[in-house]
Design a protein around this ligand. Structure first.
Ligand SMILES: [Zn+2]
Length: 139
C-alpha cells in the first residue's frame, strides 16, 4: 500500500530499459543475479568515508561505517541502511539473497552468525558492481 511522503521509492524498468543504462557486467549481476570474481571488485578493500548507493537506481544502501574486512573477496557490511535492502531466502533454502528494496537489483547474499566481531554478526557479501560509492565530502 502506498503512503504519501514515504521514502520507499519504487523503480520499475524492463530489461531493455536496464540494458540502456547499465554496463553489460552491471546488467548481468544486478538484473540476472550474477556474481563478480572474488577479489576483483573495485570496492573490495576500500574504507573511505561515504555512502554506497545502488548502481542501478542510486538508492543509498550502505554506510562506509558498516563496512569491514571479512577476507571473503567481496565488499562486506555488517548492516544495511534501514529499509534499503530486502532479504529473500534462496529456493534451495541455503542462502539469503539481498536485493535493493527500491529497484530489486541483486546485491549479493547475507550470512549470519559466523562469529565476526561486528555489532550484528551478519555479513552482507555484496558485489562491487552492484554499488556506486559516494565519498562523504561529495554527498
Ligand atoms: Zn536499486
Amino acid at each position: 500500500m502506498a503512503s504519501a511522503g514515504g521514502s520507499g521509492t519504487q523503480v520499475r524498468k524492463s530489461d531493455e530499459e536496464w540494458r540502456a543504462i547499465l554496463s553489460p557486467e552491471q546488467f548481468r549481476i544486478l538484473r540476472k543475479k550474477g556474481t563478480e570474481y572474488p577479489n576483483s571488485g573495485e570496492y573490495n578493500k576500500t574504507y573511505n568515508d561515504g555512502v554506497y548507493n545502488c548502481a542501478g537506481c542510486e538508492a543509498p544502501l550502505y554506510k562506509s561505517t558498516t563496512k569491514f574486512d571479512s577476507g571473503c573477496g567481496w565488499p562486506a557490511f555488517f548492516e544495511g541502511i534501514p529499509g534499503a535492502i530486502n532479504e529473500t531466502r534462496d529456493a534451495d533454502g541455503r542462502r539469503v539473497e539481498i536485493t535493493c528494496a527500491a529497484c530489486g537489483g541483486h546485491l549479493g547474499h547475507v550470512f549470519k552468525g559466523e562469529g565476526f566481531p561486528t555489532p550484528t554478526d551478519a555479513r552482507h557479501c555484496v558485489n562491487s558492481v552492484s554499488l556506486k560509492f559516494t565519498p562523504a565530502n561529495m554527498a
